[in-house]
Design a protein around this ligand. Structure first.
Ligand code: ADP
Ligand code: MG
Length: 486
């Protein structure tokens, strides 16, 4: 059953994600890739397409693509090839882009995403190919001139092309988030969407189930997951309205305007033929040794999925909690740092997860902050849990300590001392408090004795109140039982 139908229409989405490979130099030249430099300072003769300049393939970039292919469960092709995609564009001095049109480096693959109901869905990847980025035209410096910045020309990209497996904007956003997380875990891409490290072209169409797919619109160059969701939601409504008004959806390329939240036509879709692809004669086919692939496979860092399983097994977390924690590498790293700082890591792991996902996330959300912007070390969460574990404070008092901690950024151990919040464990003090409560509530005591045992909780509450919430609850319970039942 498909729960995503809108008015009987099924939405079909496939994404092409352009990920800038995290390298120091460009794909075919030694120019730096660093972001934010003065325009045209990272341009070699090759990048500027001076006659006679030849490409030299960046093997590190190739390794990153291989690593990505393995991480998304794809097949690494031992033979791939670079082709020229010809078109005229001012920010492309050579008049062609080098890409892998016919024989990409990675074929197939998939990633699993988490749906809103907690279940998983597998989304297939068609292939990954490598290509160069183009330069940038700048139109807003002077009214009658356009400027060109070639710093970006030739920066290595991976284009990760999905199958049309997504059925809602939610799934598309989850896909990009999961993919981004994997790329970050393996270090193949910094995935800073504001810097354009990760850009998405979203293909979207609608049809009635069990009929052929409809014509698709391709929304170009989306640079945030929020914009992706907004652009797709707008486009879904637009296509349904068009079709229901009896009009046809043309196959076209559209642009999303984040100010208006609308998409508009950019051009009608060009065909592969228009680009006159042919193998680049300056580059040999890329042939990979099995040993190189194996080496990269063996050195692959732990992936989110494996980390999640480890969290569930070792730290006894629920699937949901583990998923949320590994979903952001920074959060997962912080979590493990805290766990390792606890006196009893294995016993405290679950409680630390609860504090991070509950109180800490609520605080971060409210302040609109990321976990790496905290002004106290994450180990403080572990110290807080230590204090509960060794019964210095109760869980309830811990909330007071937490509130003080996020305000003062002080160590919970010091806060407990400063505010005198240590739990009262002295049997005599607790006994005295109970005696007083029983003395002050003779009526309730009589009712209890004549069978109204539900009043037990009332006495516990009164005693706790008298001890200003600091009494050890277990001891109060035990001593009270002893005194009442004698
Ligand atoms: P092209 O060669 O024109 O780029 P592809 O077949 O490579 O087209 O597909 C590009 C992307 O569009 C892929 O991610 C694919 O999943 C997606 N796609 C293909 N057909 C549809 C469709 N009818 N609706 C939505 N997405 C589609
Ligand atoms: Mg394509």
């Amino acid at each position: 059953m498909n729960n995503n139908l809108i008015n009987g229409w099924e939405v079909i989405i496939g994404l092409e994600v352009h990920a800038q490979i995290a390298t120091k130099s460009k794909l075919f030249s030694a120019s730096p890739t660093e972001f934010g430099a003065e325009p045209n300072t990272h341009v070699s003769f090759y990048d500027a397409a001076m006659p006679g300049m030849l490409p030299v393939l960046n093997t590190y970039a190739v390794d990153q693509a291989i690593k990505t292919g393995i991480a998304i469960n794809g097949k690494v092709n031992k033979i791939s090839r670079f082709d020229r995609k010809n078109y005229f564009y001012p920010d492309l001095p050579s008049g062609y882009q080098i890409t892998q049109m016919f024989f990409p480096i990675i074929s197939g693959g998939y990633i699993d995403i988490l749906l809103e109901d907690g279940s998983n869905k597998r989304l297939r990847i068609h292939h990954i190919h490598m290509e160069q980025d183009a330069g940038k035209s700048v139109h807003d410096i002077a009214p009658h001139f356009s400027f060109i910045d070639l710093n970006r020309a030739g920066i290595p990209l991976m284009e990760i092309v999905s199958e049309p497996d997504m059925r809602s904007s939610y799934e598309a956003v989850q896909y990009v988030k999961s993919l981004r997380n994997i790329l970050k875990y393996i270090g193949a891409c910094d995935c800073n969407m504001e810097k354009g490290n990760l850009r998405v072209d979203a293909n979207i169409s609608i049809h009635k189930p069990d009929t052929p797919f409809g014509n698709r619109a391709e929304i170009k160059n989306i640079n945030s997951t929020k914009f992706l969701g907004d652009a797709l939601d707008y486009e879904i409504q637009r296509q349904i309205m068009e079709v229901e008004a009896g009009r046809k959806i043309p196959q076209e390329t559209r642009l999303f305007n984040s100010n208006t939240g609308e998409t508009r036509t950019m051009r009608s879709k060009e065909n592969a033929d228009d680009y006159r692809y042919f193998p680049d004669p300056d580059l040999k086919p890329l042939i990979l040794e099995q040993s190189r692939i194996d080496k990269i496979k063996n050195e692959l860092p732990e992936l989110p999925e494996a980390r999640k399983k480890r969290f569930i097994n070792d730290y006894k977390l629920t699937e949901f909690d583990a998923t949320v924690l590994v979903d952001d590498k920074t959060v997962a790293d912080y979590y493990e740092k805290a766990v390792n700082a606890a006196k009893t890591p294995t016993e405290s792991a679950k409680s630390i997860a609860n504090w991070i996902l509950g109180e800490l996330f609520a605080f971060l959300n409210k302040e609109n902050k990321n976990i790496n912007e905290l002004l106290f070390p994450i180990e403080y969460i572990a110290y807080l849990v230590d204090l509960i574990q060794d019964k210095t404070i109760s869980g309830k008092i811990a909330k007071t300590v937490f509130a003080d901690m996020i305000e003062t950024n002080n160590n919970p151990k010091d806060i407990v001392k400063k505010l005198g919040l240590e739990q009262i464990q002295d049997e005599n003090i607790i006994k005295q408090a109970i005696d007083e409560v029983l003395k002050n509530n003779p009526k309730q005591l009589e009712q209890y004795k004549s069978g109204k045992t539900a009043l037990f909780g009332f006495f516990v509450g009164q005693t706790m109140k008298l001890l200003q919430g600091k009494g050890n609850p277990e001891m109060i319970n035990n001593i009270l039982k002893e005194l009442l039942d004698k």
